[in-house]
Design a protein around this ligand. Structure first.
Ligand SMILES: O=P(O)(O)OP(=O)(O)OP(=O)(O)OC[C@H]1O[C@@H](n2cnc3c(O)ncnc32)[C@H](O)[C@@H]1O
Ligand SMILES: [Mg+2]
Length: 201
């Protein structure tokens, strides 16, 4: 089986990538498989910049193609926050739970119809000697008034999909893979690779 290396330390993302790439016949390795590699600082101001930073760094160190994912939650009533700072919204060493509670409390007085939000995922594919490819994907939803569901990770328990009457955390891994920002970004990536006729993996 061919392997795709993802420059991430996030176990939730690894699970998402596994359910997205296994059906295509790829297995996934992540930074969890390379404990000797130090954490890559996210100094960019956009998702794309951070994805490129992470992918190019690891591709250079390992001398092999690498994908990185920089993603987050964009809430309209919060002027786009937590956005690119989604992982550190409640502070540098806070948990997913702290981050989502901060969003819930900031939206406390906001009416249901005004709680529109989207997940955004930027992917960068970097390979030695090749130009890095960057794509993105989104999924639209609403921030619920309380947590629901235990699947997924991060902000999934408060991201409500009205057509399904479920939060992202109430979806199975396969259901999430059918509609997520990450799934949409991977579709774009596959299209670009195909169009450019490049052998990447
Ligand atoms: O940088 P890496 O090592 O990949 O892992 P990370 O967790 O730091 O990842 P990001 O910097 O991209 O920050 C993403 C934030 O957005 C959240 N997030 C991203 N995708 C999500 C998803 O599919 N469902 C719920 N939350 C998500 C996630 O919990 C983080 O707080
Ligand atoms: Mg990160």
């Amino acid at each position: 089986m061919e392997t795709i290396i993802i420059a991430t330390n996030n176990k939730g993302k690894v699970k998402d990538f596994e359910s997205l790439f296994h059906p295509m016949g790829f297995q996934i390795k992540s930074l969890q498989d390379f404990p000797e590699i130090e954490e890559i600082e996210e100094t960019g101001t956009t998702f794309e910049e951070n994805a490129i930073l992470k992918a190019e760094y690891l591709a250079k160190v390992l001398q092999t193609p690498v994908i990185a994912d920089d993603s987050g939650l964009i809430v309209d009533a919060l002027e786009g926050r937590p956005g690119v700072y989604s992982a550190r919204y409640a502070g540098l060493h806070k948990s997913d739970e702290d981050n989502l509670q901060k969003v819930l409390s900031e939206l406390h007085d906001v009416f249901p119809g005004k709680r529109t939000a989207r997940f955004y995922c930027a992917l960068a594919l970097a390979a030695p000697g090749k130009k890095t490819i960057t794509v993105n994907g989104t999924v639209e939803g609403y921030i619920s008034s309380e947590k629901r569901g235990t699947n997924g990770f991060g902000y999934d328990p408060i991201f409500f999909l009205p057509e399904l009457d479920k939060t992202m955390a109430e979806l199975t891994a396969d259901e999430k893979s059918g509609l997520s920002h990450r799934a949409n970004a991977i579709k774009s990536l596959m299209n670009v690779i195909e169009k450019e006729g490049k052998e990447f993996f």
